[in-house]
Design a protein around this ligand. Sequence first.
Ligand code: NFD
Length: 313
Amino acid sequence: MQYNAKDFVCAISLIFFLYLQHGPYVECTCALSQRSTESFRDLMVGRCLHYQTVFNPEPFCSEPKNCTQLWELFLQGLAYQAPCNTSQDGFRPFLDAAHHTTPRDKHLFWSGVYEFVSRYTYDGQKLTAIDDTLAGYLADNLQFCGSTTSTDGNEANVTSCPRCSQSAYSAFWSIASIEYAREAKGAIKVMLNASRSPAFRESSYFTTKELPQLYHPNVTSAHVMLVHRLGQTPKENCLSPSVKNLTTILTSRGIHTTCEDQPRDVVLLQCADFPESTACRDLSFTSSGSAKQRGLVVANVVLAFTSVILSLM
Ligand code: NFD
């Protein structure tokens, strides 16, 4: 097959056209490396609009948040900050502006189970994890940091954002976690990964930022759940020293604390993904149980129908 100059011009025009159409959004779909400030703004404003109109509209009916302003406040939190010397306080104006009420008895704290959380909370419908609040939703799963050399103070090459104790990521999630925990009222839940040891880790955000905010009478009870992947042998359970340490801390603060290994609703959710797992095959007893019940109902209906017919004869 031969290509002439016309084909070449056509190909270049197509590439140029696609760039104009999608230019700001042409980002690697697998591992995002470059994100222009404009793309970052569009992403945050888009998330913000989606949150308030679809994800959780109720708190914003009478007073919608200004998404552009929220973006600007978030950017101010990291702009021109050295990537490993970012102040937590810089994000306070953003958190104040994004604040909204969260329901009592619904707060879920977790450690080591990130991938499972949104499924367990049903995206905030059943419980509220930090990513189900507006502030958490906007930043969830994003890398970001400031730059002391770029014109707008934002680092476009997000893969160069370092992991360090005072990174923008760490600064943001630290203060966001503190504020989120301060809002907890009534009964809380804590989900820990029992496939890792210790399940309750001294250096985690949960331990260092959230737990210190949890006190009676704001928080009245805590239900700790130890969850492990189906098919794996758990490394920790409710009797493990790290978990007992957590329950002792909560109890000493006047919070009535219970602990449960691998709760049934967690197993059922996991079974949707791994139906062939041994733990899920046991569920077939439940289905045959309901089949038996259905059979009983049918037999009763037939019996009742027959007695009516007989009584009419
Ligand atoms: P951890 P933790 N993908 O599991 N919080 O106690 C992505 F993108 O050790 C929430 O230190 O527990 N991130 C968030 C992940 C952030 C993944 C910080 C993954 N597959 C603190 N796995 C958040 N992003 O929602 C782990 N991470 C991140 C609060 C995870 O996002 C929550 O209210 C976290 O930044 C929760 O109660 C970091 O790795 C507790 O602190 C350490 O996660 C969880 O922090």
